[in-house]
Design a protein around this ligand. Structure first.
Ligand code: AHG
Ligand code: MN
Ligand code: MN
Length: 331
């Protein structure tokens, strides 16, 4: 792949990387540009949420039984609108919608399926902590009529063709992979463009930082608790970081090194995080950055969801630590 200097615009990066793959249609570039556009709109709204009456919940619950925040709805509508009008998707899946999203007939010729958590960590919005949008992209099933058959989205993570997230933190950063490395682009809000800021991100080896909600550890598999007790030995020099926003915790670990854990608990015996639009995209990124993601028994990307909102346990980060956790769980 061509080398790009820092400061390259996202548009130039997309045009030049896909030029190297003549089989990639213009639709693919358009899709990723529309994701960036929606990300800019959500970023602008997040920045002034306290002024725009966007704090707090809507009062309703989503299909997962979780309270929907006002920003969840805004992000969902913004990404949906940006993608369906571009005619690049035949179907979408969103955390906020029970069924796959039916794209209006006149736009349904799109070649891609887009799966998203429009706003991850949205309970953090009122506290100004990091939140983000997580997404992955599949090619339309050959022979599929794009009528929104849910099974079209129930595919192995190995079929993903692009994945990423946009993290709305101290700055707004789009992290993207189309299968050749993982690259980060920072939004310059003064000109409204994403510029390459983190070229070819690689995960460090055997990093010494963990991210998990340790308050639940009494509910974990005792073998996992034993692993955690072991790494707390002071001479090993571990530390912990947890925001409670998967995308924020993952981004920190991708840049600085670390392993994220969300094991099954008594309340969520199959794990809390969603396979299709939380675990899949981050697993795709982590593998492309040299790391690993597992549910404790198998690689996340080898899984095939049985339903669009299926949950999974997630252990994700540098390969050494993820493998060690999996070995401990086999124990
Ligand atoms: P969402 O805001 O999309 O519903 O996701 C929240 C998730 C995830 O971001 C985070 O890692 C996890 O919930 C935190 O859960 P706990 O509060 O149980 O630690
Ligand atoms: Mn989420
Ligand atoms: Mn969400």
């Amino acid at each position: 792949m061509a080398q790009f200097e820092e400061g390259t615009t996202l548009d130039r990066f997309l045009l030049e990387t896909t030029r190297e793959h003549p089989e990639a249609s213009g639709q693919f570039v358009t899709l990723l540009k529309q994701v960036a556009l929606a990300g800019k709109l959500v970023s602008a709204r997040v920045n002034r949420a306290g002024l725009a009456g966007m704090f707090g919940a809507t009062g309703s619950m989503n299909i997962q039984g979780e309270y929907v925040q006002k920003m969840d709805l805004y992000a969902n509508e913004t990404f949906k609108g940006a993608l369906e009008h571009a005619g690049v998707v035949c179907m979408m899946v969103s955390e906020e919608e029970e069924a796959p999203i039916f794209v209006p007939d006149r736009f349904r010729h799109g070649n891609y399926i887009f799966c998203m958590d429009p706003l991850d960590g949205s309970s953090n919005i009122d506290t100004n902590a990091t939140i983000g949008t997580i997404f992955c992209v599949f090619r339309r099933c050959s022979g599929g009529d794009g009528r929104g058959d849910p099974s079209d989205a129930l595919r192995s993570g190995r079929e993903i063709v692009a994945a990423g997230y946009i993290v709305y933190g101290a700055g707004t950063v789009l992290v993207l992979s189309t299968g050749e490395g993982v690259h980060g682009f920072t939004l310059d809000p003064t000109v409204g463009e994403f510029f390459l800021s983190h070229s070819d991100i690689r995960l460090g080896e055997k990093t010494r930082s963990y991210s998990c909600n340790e308050a639940y550890s009494a509910q974990w598999d005792p073998r996992l608790r034993a692993w955690l007790d072991k790494v707390k030995e002071p001479s090993l020099g571990w530390s912990a970081r947890y925001i409670g926003s998967l995308v924020g915790d993952f981004h920190r670990n991708l840049v600085k090194g670390g392993v994220f854990l969300y094991p099954p608990t008594a309340k969520t015996p199959n794990g809390k995080l969603r396979l299709l639009y939380e675990a899949f995209p981050l697993a795709y990124l982590v593998e492309n950055a040299g790391g690993a993601a597992s549910d404790g028994t198998m690689a996340i990307l080898d899984k095939v969801p049985g339903s669009i909102h299926e949950r999974t346990a997630l252990f994700i980060g540098d390969r050494d630590n993820v493998e060690e956790i999996v070995r401990a769980l086999r124990g």
